[in-house]
Write a protein that binds this ligand. Structure first.
Ligand SMILES: Nc1ncnc2c1ncn2[C@@H]1O[C@H](COP(=O)(O)OP(=O)(O)O)[C@@H](O)[C@H]1O
Ligand SMILES: [Mg+2]
Length: 268
């Protein structure tokens, strides 16, 4: 009975009155975010959909500090992180990109990649002897992928398939404690079967770590099937936002209809 009692929900991420203009003052000026506000509840797994150019990647870039905001605030876990640099934010924000080449170092072995991730945030030397106990630990977590990678510790990551690399990238991103996990179309470059495997792994990791997760995807099935909240973006705004029971009832068809409505509003 007690396990059913949930503590009052806490906000993990907040965009507060965020403005972002590209190429201000030029003929190419684009106001993408105007007074943008968004809150993500701690522990929530949020899917984000939206047409090309709706602002999904920029939103992630603003959150990770890859791009600065013009005004407003970005809050993570009660801390105003607006002025923190990207590398400072990366200590508590993990990110997996669309391109399987981005999340891992291709020329380093699986073992070296894991050892590097393990030392994220601390000083690190690529020591000749990685602690034996750590190696056993790496093998244990690799076994959970059911990809046989635990027997390939010494092979360079570039020799792996896209799906294997994304699975590894996910492990690496979540190896140290995180406040936030960002997935930027992390299954888009994979074949359907690998995409399914990586999505199932994502679900497992998110559940195990209870990490607040923001996943941008073009895959409406994944957006509908996974996560406990879903929102749709259009021209730098959240135009549709469902969670809880409503989220469970969302179908691909509902989402396609929403896209059609937006497209009609745009006169297409
Ligand atoms: N570096 C940039 N310079 C100028 N405009 C940009 C830049 N990045 C994004 N934009 C503008 O913001 C819009 C949204 O881009 P983006 O966030 O990449 O969309 P999405 O990821 O939803 O496809 C683009 O259509 C473009 O007008
Ligand atoms: Mg994008």
């Amino acid at each position: 009975m007690l396990s059913e009692q949930r503590s009052a929900s806490k906000t993990m991420v907040g965009f507060e009155h965020v403005n972002k203009i590209f190429n201000p003052g030029s003929v190419n000026e684009v106001t993408l975010f105007h007074d943008f506000n968004l809150e993500l509840e701690q522990g929530s797994f949020v899917s984000v959909v939206g047409s090309n150019g709706s602002g999904k990647t920029t939103m992630l870039n603003l959150l990770c500090g890859s791009l600065p905001i013009d005004s407003g605030k970005i809050i993570v876990d009660g801390q105003d992180i607006t002025n923190l640099k990207e590398h400072e934010r990366s200590k508590f924000i993990g990110r997996v990109y669309q391109n399987p080449a981005f999340g891992t170092c291709p020329h380093l072995t699986i073992l070296e990649n894991l050892a590097l991730a393990d030392n994220k945030g601390g000083s690190f030397l690529l020591q000749r002897g990685v602690n034996k106990r750590r190696i056993d630990y790496y093998k244990t977590i690799l076994e959970q992928l059911h990809m046989g990678l635990e027997d390939k510790l010494k092979i360079p990551v570039k020799a792996l398939s896209g799906g294997q690399r994304q699975a590894l990238a996910l492990l690496i991103a979540t190896m140290t404690p995180l406040k936030l996990l960002i997935l930027d179309e992390h299954t888009a470059a994979l074949d359907p079967k690998s995409a399914e495997i990586v999505m199932e792994l994502t679900k497992k990791v998110v559940e195990e770590k209870h990490v607040t997760t923001l996943m941008v995807t073009h895959n409406l099935k994944f957006a509908a099937d996974y996560g406990d909240r879903l929102f749709m973006m259009h021209r730098g705004n959240v135009v549709f936002d469902v969670s809880g029971e409503d989220k469970k009832l969302i179908s691909i068809r509902d989402l396609t209809n929403r896209f059609d409505e937006i497209s009609i509003e745009d006169g297409n």
